[in-house]
Design a protein around this ligand. Structure first.
Ligand code: HMG
Ligand code: MG
Length: 319
């Protein structure tokens, strides 16, 4: 944070617009044991697109044994609304996943590895090097099929099995993914344990060799530090953040990981700071309510709960 002429902290120089990548239908739902039917997922995703989200990660072409909730990925993609100008993407872990994604007409995929060996092994049953060797032909074939490709580096700050992760490893894996042709890398705080100090140290180090526009940040909010981490990311010049409607989310292979940063809470903060997102907060809440109702539980987003309370108060005050 810079210091203004008055001696007060200044927020000048932050990005004026931010791209939000909505990961609720994938990162959110993958962690829910209660099966959600395909039609409800389509309703949820359609409402997210109507809210103006530029990219929605709609599902995963992973093994249905690993993530049963997303076993209907092909059916989801075949029924998505195509008229709203939102890009729909999906995770792909290997060539079998790519085949299924091509069959489903997917235009953007994400390959995903991590900066910790233990997490990578538990998540995708590969070493980090094996995952990179697996992705290289997947990225090449995806490009040949006309798709664009994002990369993820999970456990970029803290690993549930190994603790604090070395920034050098994060940069090495990021550079490897970029060298194989992914157009951006999302650095994941998979268990939501990072603080702004970790973000400054690790992302600041990565940015010494990687351009800012190649990096997105993906914060879970287990310890309540996600918005503080976003502010730190903005101060480092990052303008792409992942979040999940209602604060749904988690990773079944990362014990203790709770939901992603809630999209509603992110939009509220960015709106208040005058940073453009193109996203309608109330419409994101409409989408979250579809899933909240199905799951029969209160989602963690503070803004979602505020919007619900204010709608209920208006309804009870109506004549
Ligand atoms: P494996 O068991 O080592 O793989 O799993 P395999 O090749 O031996 O295959 C086992 C079985 O799965 C076979 O079936 C394959 O055909 C099938 P069987 O012969 O037993 O009937 N299979 C597939 N089926 C459908 N689609 C596929 C596929 N691949 C194999 N693509 C594997 C390795 C990678 C497949 C598995 O471990 C897996 O799917 N893992 C995914 C785990 C996952 O989705 N984790 C959550 C996402 S990551 C995350 O949340 C973090 C993130 O949000 C960022 C952050 O927060 O940090 C992105
Ligand atoms: Mg995640």
């Amino acid at each position: 944070m810079s210091i203004s002429a008055t001696g007060l902290p200044s927020l000048n120089g932050l990005p004026t617009a931010v791209k939000i990548v909505e990961v609720g239908p994938r990162d959110g739902l993958q962690n829910e044991a209660l099966p959600i039917d395909t039609a409800t997922k389509i309703d949820f995703i359609t409402k997210l697109a109507e809210a103006g989200l530029p990219e929605v990660e709609a599902s995963s072409f992973v093994s249905p044994k690993a993530i049963p909730q997303l076993g209907d990925a092909v059916a989801v993609f075949q029924q998505l609304p195509q008229r709203l100008g939102t890009v729909f993407s999906a995770l792909v872990p290997n060539s079998k996943g790519l085949e299924r994604a091509i069959q489903a007409g997917v235009k953007r995929i994400a390959v995903f590895t991590a900066a910790s060996e233990s997490f990578t092994k538990r998540n995708i049953n590969m070493s980090i090097q094996d995952s990179l060797d697996t992705f290289a032909p997947v990225v090449k074939d995806a490009h040949a099929a006309g798709m664009s490709v994002r990369g993820y580096v999970s456990t970029a700050f803290v690993c549930p099995y190994e603790g604090k992760i070395a920034k050098e490893k994060v940069r090495e894996v990021t550079e490897n993914l970029l060298a194989m042709g992914v157009d951006e890398v999302s650095l994941g705080d998979t268990i939501g344990a990072a603080t702004p100090k970790d973000v400054v140290e690790t992302v600041g180090y990565v940015l010494q060799t990687v351009p800012k526009d190649k990096i997105a940040l993906h914060f879970h909010d287990t310890y309540g530090t996600a918005l503080a981490n976003v502010l730190t990311g903005l101060q480092l010049g990052i303008a792409k953040f992942d979040s999940s409607a209602g604060g749904l989310g988690g990773c079944p292979y990362a014990p203790g990981a709770s939901g992603n940063l809630a999209t509603e809470d992110l939009v509220y903060m960015l709106n208040g700071m005058g940073i453009q997102t193109g996203v309608d907060l109330n419409k994101v809440a409409d989408a979250s309510l579809v899933i909240e109702k199905q799951l029969g539980k209160t989602l963690p987003s503070k803004q979602l709960q505020r919007i619900k309370a204010s709608r209920a108060a208006r309804a009870s005050a109506a004549p």
